[in-house]
Design a protein around this ligand. Structure first.
Ligand SMILES: NC(=O)C1=CN([C@@H]2O[C@H](COP(=O)(O)OP(=O)(O)OC[C@H]3O[C@@H](n4cnc5c(N)ncnc54)[C@H](O)[C@@H]3O)[C@@H](O)[C@H]2O)C=CC1
Ligand SMILES: O=C([O-])CC(=O)C(=O)O
Length: 357
């Protein structure tokens, strides 16, 4: 009788271990563990890493990348809390294999073999702060992470989210130049949230579905450097001077609107994770070689006299393969462009100097 009970307990232990791989006992009476499960991985698809994966943006972004059918391997890296986020996301029954990496000693392993690296690591704003106030802390974080990319996956496409984007993209470029790995097509500052907001706010004014609206947003990603081109909205639409003023201000201050509403608890995370996942998905479709994939992004550019500028870019196998020109601007937009350029010039210089000096 006792022997029978022992056998039953043993079977139950084996079954529950199968259901809960995290309960495996090494060398114990449980026979199955992750290492001898039949799955071998290696499904076709792209390998994507998120750096800052345990944060406000990182967690929902990890979820959204886990459900992207183009992703076969998802690496989650942070300096805190990645084991929990990884265990949680890894239980989703979608294709991507999820692995977690914790702390700087594991950075290179997190990055090795990656096709796309998304960086939402760094501190967010609190009410009263500008994005530039984040430079002090985030500049060093971005430098460290980009040094890792230069060592471990120099050919990966990089989607840089950490603020101030107008400076951190310049920091990343200088790090890559120093390492001899800089490919301007592969470094993209993520400004998709500006476009997502612009589409939403313009759709509200026009009384249409935001999915039908396409607003090009050029310049950069802070205050007056965010320049929506309302004269180029699709479908073609006209706006009164008051509407144009209202929309431009709301789009330029969308980030601050969220920071103030969150009242000290951070900045946009959910809409940003959505925007980052949308942009990353376009990068993956470009990597696949699909034609006609176009997004706005802050990239190395000759569209203006500035070394970096956000415009529409065509994404392909090697990243931003074609940078679109600005197109015709109206008087209001031309004035906005001059304001944007003078602030952008300073922010870019600050990023370059951080590495050079
Ligand atoms: N480009 C854009 O449109 C937007 C950019 N952002 C920016 O994204 C950044 C992250 O925002 P949240 O996720 O809300 O902040 P958060 O504080 O919730 O998360 C940041 C994560 O980065 C991690 N981290 C810090 N140092 C790190 C390092 N050296 N290596 C790896 N991970 C590190 C933290 O542990 C944390 O988990 C901020 O700089 C924010 O301003 C936010 C919204 C929009
Ligand atoms: O406003 C912030 O600090 C975060 C951000 O970049 C945005 O929401 O656009």
């Amino acid at each position: 009788m006792e022997a029978h009970a022992a056998e039953v307990n043993h079977r139950i232990a084996r079954i529950s271990a199968h259901l809960h791989p995290s309960n495996f006992k090494e060398g114990g009476d449980v026979l199955l563990n992750k290492a001898n499960c039949r799955a071998k991985g290696g499904a076709p698809g792209f390998k994507v890493a998120i750096l800052g994966a345990a944060g406000g943006i990182g967690q929902p972004l990890a979820l959204l990348m886990k459900i992207n059918p183009l992703v076969s391997v998802l690496h989650l890296y942070d300096v805190v809390n990645t084991p929990g986020v990884t265990a949680d996301v890894s239980h989703m029954d979608t294709g991507a294999v999820v692995r977690g990496f914790l702390g700087q000693p594991q950075l290179d392993n997190a990055l090795t073999g990656m096709d796309l690296v998304i960086i939402p690591a760094g501190v967010p704003r609190k009410p009263g702060m500008t994005r530039d106030d984040l430079f002090k802390i985030n500049a060093g974080i971005v430098r460290t992470l980009c040094e890792g990319i230069a060592r471990a996956c120099p050919n990966a496409i990089v989607n840089l989210i950490s603020n101030p984007v107008n400076s951190t993209v310049a920091i990343a470029a200088e790090v890559f130049k120093k390492a001899g790995t800089y490919d301007p097509k592969r470094l993209l500052g993520v400004t998709t949230l500006d476009v997502v907001r612009a589409n939403t706010f313009v759709a509200e004014v026009l009384g249409v579905d935001p999915r039908e609206v396409d607003v090009p947003v050029v310049g950069g990603h802070a205050g007056v450097t965010i320049l929506p081109l309302l004269s180029q909205v699709k479908p073609p639409s006209s706006f009164t001077a008051e509407e144009a003023e209202y929309l431009t201000n709301r789009i330029q201050n969308g980030g601050t609107e969220v920071v103030e509403a969150k009242a000290g608890a951070g900045s946009a995370t959910l809409s940003m994770a959505y925007a980052a996942a949308k942009f990353a998905n376009s990068c993956l479709h470009g990597l696949k070689g699909e034609a006609g994939v176009v997004e706005c992004a802050f990239v190395d550019s000759q569209v203006t006299e500035l070394p970096f500028f956000a415009t529409k870019v065509r994404l392909g196998r090697s990243g931003a393969e074609e940078i679109h020109q600005l197109g015709p601007l109206n008087e209001y937009e031309r004035i906005g462009l001059e304001k944007a350029k003078s602030e952008l010039a300073e922010s870019i210089k600050k990023g370059v100097d951080f590495i050079k000096k």
